[in-house]
Design a protein around this ligand. Structure first.
Ligand code: S3P
Length: 743
């Protein structure tokens, strides 16, 4: 291995505590600089730092080394926040403008102000920064060369910061393993004031309260894990935190005021035994904390804040076997939260899908004041607030990748007294919303969309809705459900007529909640102004997720797989019908009805498939299953032709194009048409396929590997978590060789 090249010449660290010492040690150990020099007031600390190998040499003032420094050298100021000004003064007096100066203070506004005072204007060589890697340990003895590995460093460049100096500091931090972000000084201080400075203030105050004010002298003897977890940071360096509180006074006070208000409200709720309030705070906080844990673990969640994208790498060949249960139905999970929230009383859900899409719906209702306990292994308890009990959310609702959330919710929100806004991720931002906005507008709703009828949607509250008779222009359960949900708030009887049967979970579930929905032929109707009563819901396993394994077993010789408790609602069984027409060996057993939805166990054994003309009446019944069915077609003998499926072009991706492109990369003859595809079955090779952020494209190409002759790399499989969080686990369990890799 070749030695790494130094990225800077000399690193001078002023103040050899944990932060400065760790940067020096980290850079030195990785060979990132020619020399490290410590500047410390106390000679004994300098001696200790050299002995520990943290720096090459130490001296007592910046002035002593200043004449040696020039272009390519960096001075890192890591003294307590309020002492930075004094070091800046020395820097002004002795450093040339070629030397890069940066700092690690926890507050950036105060350093910016100090620089202005000292220099008149902050100099271009000064790069303000803050490594988010503190610890309750302090001093040079705590210096750790790996402290910054996988930690974040925030740089807050000013308008006149020189890009070359900025780039040098960025490189420096990246070299010791940190992830570098940039933001404005004001944003930094606001965010850190709330997430770091406030918790420190509270931890110090809590420990002090227990130590000083509570009479019992044995108090700490009985303190257990909760105390330890909550107060660890109260043993941080007091001088450093004194400085931070003063330096970031305004932001800390804002955050503290909010907290004091909320704590007072919590006190009132405890005093008055207000269970709803207490459960509301605790469940929301738990969800937010769990979300945070997910981010820390680099797992994706609702708001794909997780920056880590993953790919799947699949080895070719193999077979699938065993008995598995795939997670709960996505459509039913969404609806359970929506209807449970606007019902009166408690709704208990089992088998809830803990995927990002359904969690986005759950979060949206929490944001509108509904107390929702869980999810805990698929169990969710919703404390319904009634048709008119939702509250205005404090900020726009973020629904991630979920088309079902935004479309169904727009119907509900159109009937509320308050204004609301919904936005989503990159894929959702491209999807058409005119299909829901148009009928809602004709009911009297006021809705704004972005250009081309795309999200975000802004919905004006306080409108009087009137019922409509709506012939759906396309076979869409989302649009049907949206209009029916708005109909709950409308005067009169709303009727929706569909051009072809689409999933009827909304109608079935409304009936389960005691709300009358009439069905005559292709028309569903309901009358506004009734009420929903909380109930129990058991969510069957999602046939759309089961599909990947049905196709896997059908195409891989030797396979024998049973999928249990799969929802087989007649409006969803297109995949079973189509696979059977292609010659697949599927056996249904143990058929029963749970909570108004039919379910069965499905056994799938390998059978040679043949190409078919897919009957158009099956298209709406299998609308989400086509990406996987295209893989079946690629493995079948002969030609498969799909028509009448233009809706596939406006799903999470253009699924016709995305699948055709991917299949062609694997060497399959797949020709897209405006409303479908023609696939000629044949041998399949390996390669890299794009998913276009679409979960179902990712899972389809994963199972394709069973019949490929070389490895397949599925690029960006992150969104599989939207609908099928256990996909990888079940793939491995059944015999698919899948490796998850950072992309
Ligand atoms: C869904 C309806 C379908 C489907 C989507 C879920 C629902 O969308 O593709 O995954 O839960 O109502 P369309 O209504 O756009 O067909």
């Amino acid at each position: 291995m070749t030695e790494p090249q130094p990225i800077i010449n000399k690193l001078v660290v002023v103040g050899l505590g944990l932060i400065g010492g760790s940067l020096a040690a980290g850079l030195k150990r990785r060979g990132g600089c020619v020399e490290t020099i410590g500047v410390v007031r106390r000679p004994d600390i300098g001696t200790q730092a050299v002995k520990l190998g943290v720096v090459d040499r130490a001296c007592g003032s910046l002035e002593e080394v200043a004449s040696e420094l020039g272009q390519g050298d960096v001075v890192f100021i890591s003294v307590p926040t309020l002492a930075v000004a004094e070091v800046l003064q020395q820097a002004r007096d002795c450093l040339s403008p070629q030397v890069t100066i940066t700092d690690g203070a926890s507050v950036k506004g105060s350093v910016e102000r100090a620089a202005e005072q000292v220099f008149g204007e902050a100099p271009p060589q000064l790069v303000l920064g803050h490594p988010i890697a503190g610890s309750e340990r302090s001093g040079v003895a705590a210096a750790n060369p790996d402290l910054y590995e996988q930690h974040r460093v925030i740089l807050t460049p000013l308008d006149n910061t020189d890009p070359e100096h900025l780039a040098r500091v960025m490189k420096l931090w990246e070299f010791v393993g940190a992830e570098v972000l940039t933001m404005s000084v004001a944003e930094h201080d606001e965010v850190l004031g709330a997430t770091s400075h406030l918790p420190h203030a509270i931890a110090y105050s809590l420990v002090d309260t227990l130590a000083q004010d509570i009479g019992n002298p044995n108090i700490f003897r009985y303190a257990a894990g909760g105390f330890r977890d909550f107060t660890r940071i109260a043993s941080s360096d007091p001088v450093m935190w004194h400085d931070i509180m003063r330096a970031n006074k305004d932001s800390v006070l804002n955050a503290l005021d909010l907290f004091v208000d909320n704590l007072t409200r919590l006190r009132t709720a405890i005093a008055s035994e207000d269970s709803d309030y207490l459960l509301g705070v605790f469940t929301r906080a738990k969800a937010a904390r769990d979300h945070f844990t997910n981010i820390l673990a680099k797992r994706a969640f609702v708001n794909s804040m997780s920056s880590s994208k993953i790919d799947y790498l699949l080895q070719p060949g193999g077979q699938v076997s065993g008995t598995i249960r795939v997670p709960g139905d996505k459509s039913i999970s969404h609806r359970s939260i929506m209807l449970g929230s606007i019902a009166e009383g408690v709704t208990e859900v089992e088998g809830f899908l803990e995927g990002e899409d359904a969690l986005a719906t759950l979060q949206a209702f929490r944001d509108m004041g509904v107390v929702i306990e869980g999810p805990d292994e698929g169990r969710v308890k919703i404390h319904g607030v009634g048709l008119h009990g939702l509250k205005a959310p404090a900020k726009p609702l973020y629904v991630g990748n979920s088309g079902t959330t935004i479309r169904l919710l727009s119907g509900l929100l159109a009937g509320q007294k308050f204004d609301s806004e919904m936005s989503g991720d990159e894929s959702l931002a491209k999807r058409p919303m005119g299909r829901v906005a148009d009928p809602l507008r004709s009911m009297g709703a006021v809705i704004d969309t972005a250009e081309g009828g795309r999200p975000p949607l802004r919905i004006k509250g306080g409108q009087t809705l009137k019922a409509i008779d709506y012939p759906l222009p396309m076979a869409s359960a989302q649009v049907k459900s949206c209009v029916l949900l708005a109909g709950l708030y409308a005067q009169g009887t709303t009727r929706v007529t569909e051009p072809a049967p689409t999933r009827d979970h909304t109608e079935r579930m409304l009936t389960g909640f005691g709300y009358s929905v009439k069905r005559s032929g292709a028309t569903a109707e309901l009358t506004g102004g009734g009420k929903l009563t909380g109930c129990k819901i058991e969510v069957p396993a999602d046939i759309s997720s089961a599909t990947f394994y049905m196709v896997a077993a059908s195409i891989a010789p030797g396979s024998d797989l049973t999928l249990t408790h799969v929802g087989i609602n007649p409006t969803r069984v297109g995949v079973i019908n189509i696979l059977r027409l292609m010659g697949a060996d599927l056996t249904l057993s143990n058929e029963r009805t749970v909570g108004g939805e039919p379910v069965a166990d499905i056994r799938v054994r390998y059978a040679p498939l043949k190409g078919i003309q897919i009957p158009e009446d099956q298209v709406p019944l299998a609308i989400d299953e086509f990406p996987a069915l295209f893989i079946a077609a690629a493995c079948a003998e002969g030609k498969t032709v799909l028509t009448g499926a233009e809706e596939l072009r406006v799903k999470e991706s253009d699924r016709i194009q995305a699948m055709a492109d991917g299949l062609q990369i694997l060497g399959v003859d797949a020709q897209p048409t405006p409303d479908g595809i023609v696939i000629q079955g044949g041998p399949m090779g390996g390669g890299e396929v794009e998913t276009h952020h679409d979960h179902r494209i990712a899972m389809s190409f994963s199972i394709a590997a069973l019949r490929a002759s070389a490895p397949i790399r599925v690029k960006d499989a992150t969104n599989v978590a939207t609908s099928f969080p256990t996909f990888v686990e079940l793939a491995k369990q059944t015999g698919i060789t899948l490796e998850v890799i950072d992309s």
